[in-house]
Design a protein around this ligand. Sequence first.
Ligand code: FES
Ligand code: FES
Length: 187
Amino acid sequence: MTKSTHSTLIVNGDIRSTPADPSTPLLYVLRNDLELNGAKFGCGAGQCGACTVLLNGNPIRSCLTTLQNIPANSKITTIEGLTATTSEFGILQNAFIEEQAAQCGYCINGMIMTAKAFLDKTPNPNETQIRKALAGNLCRCGTHSRIIKAVQRAAKQIRQSVVQEMHREQQQIKPQSKEQLSSGAVS
Ligand code: FES
Ligand code: FES
């Protein structure tokens, strides 16, 4: 029997197949086989964070993570998937633009992916927590201070959007309750 030479991955919600050897770093597969170029090759040695993607919601260095080290059925999210599936990306992206946090921009996608995972777990962070979370992502242009401000801005806006969403949902529930009250369905 011929063994399949393809590996299967779940990337941004899609099942993707690659002929790459199991020892191939995920970064190469994303960029070369799957045409997802958001993750960048910086150092190739786990030192800079430019290649950061999410594995089941956690940031990983895709330059060091080989296919064989990715557990079956794991969900991989790249910055392209963030654009397509979450509203937070718009907020994060805008915050980086509004704070003029990018110069060359090479580190920014990795920064955003790390920030996304961080804000999911820490929606109301202080500056020290943000600095700690992003400490492993390097910016050769030296825009770290602006990047910190961008994450602070995004955190605030995400919190506001959550409150607005809750408010909207409450507004949608209210008329229903009134109807139920007038029809006697609610005692
Ligand atoms: S390219 Fe992966 S950490 Fe630098
Ligand atoms: S903006 Fe150039 S490396 Fe960060």
